[in-house]
Design a protein around this ligand. Structure first.
Ligand code: ATP
Length: 247
């Protein structure tokens, strides 16, 4: 049963001078849940995610992540989470193995644990023959799978994924999602932003942000019923049409 909440927000808000980027959002994410965080460009997703990762101090409201307070325990939060974005992930000029050793070291893992985990990841991703190749030489889809594996290398309780599958084809995205399911089954909570509506369908619950506010939050099935839509794409369009902001 998914009962324990690992992310709790209450009227969480971020203002930049007189502009409210994130406007009093309140929601909970349960342990082991795959939580989709959707919104059009400029809706406030990245700003909200940065507050939850302990990278940006909120203007008002409350939030706790992995049991830690975003105002007072940002360093504890950073130690408890994994993070993967399209921009920041692997070192292109290090080999596959060196990247894992590097991140394992940063996360404070022992040499033995790093060695075991490296073998496990190489095996699950079928990358044994690529271990000594530079990351630069890998196809994008493989880099993304490796980046995800590195983000959860230290077995964090939550992993934040900021548009992790940008630019890859649906088949590769589907493979990536198999890794996400496996991590969730192992109790890692997944918080993911995406522009791809097929991915929204894979989430347990989805929130949709419009102009800084959460306009809808439910399972994909219930959202489709509520908005009398045949797909998440349609749900999204119905809500995003209301947006004033656009970038
Ligand atoms: P995208 O999908 O394009 O990344 P997003 O939903 O993540 O969009 P944010 O990046 O959170 O949106 O931005 C929300 C709004 O806040 C935007 O209008 C943006 O211009 C504004 N914003 C973000 N960071 C700052 C900042 N440091 N100073 C001023 N305004 C900001």
């Amino acid at each position: 049963m998914m009962t324990e909440s690992v992310i709790i927000t209450d009227k969480l808000t971020k203002r930049f001078s007189n502009f409210t980027a994130v406007d009093a959002i309140s929601f909970d994410v349960k342990k082991g849940e795959i939580f989709g965080f959707l919104g059009a460009n400029g809706a406030g997703k990245t700003t909200a995610m940065r507050m939850l990762c302990g990278l940006s101090v909120p203007s008002s409201g409350k939030a706790s992540v992995a049991g830690f307070d975003v105002y007072k325990q940002a360093e504890d939060i950073k130690r408890s989470i994994g993070y993967m974005s399209q921009k920041f992930s692997l070192y292109e000029d290090l080999t596959v193995k060196e990247n894992m050793q590097f991140y394992g070291g940063i996360y404070g893992m022992s040499d033995k644990a790093i060695k075991q985990k490296t073998a496990y990841v190489l095996n699950t991703l079928h990358l044994q023959n690529e271990a000594k190749k530079l990351v630069r030489s890998l196809p994008l889809g493989w880099k993304q799978k490796l980046a995800f594996s590195v983000a959860i290398f230290h077995e964090p309780s939550i992993v934040f994924l900021d548009e992790p599958t940008g630019g890859v084809d649906p088949v590769t995205r589907r493979e990536f999602w198999n890794l996400i399911y496996e991590a969730a089954e192992n109790g890692i909570t997944i918080f993911v932003t995406t522009h791809y509506m097929d991915e929204a369908e894979y989430c347990n619950r989805v929130s949709i942000m419009v102009d800084g506010k959460i306009e809808a939050l439910d399972s994909p099935k219930s959202l489709k019923q509520t908005f009398q839509a045949g797909s998440m794409d349609e749900v999204f369009l119905k809500l995003a049409r209301k947006a004033v902001r656009s970038e």
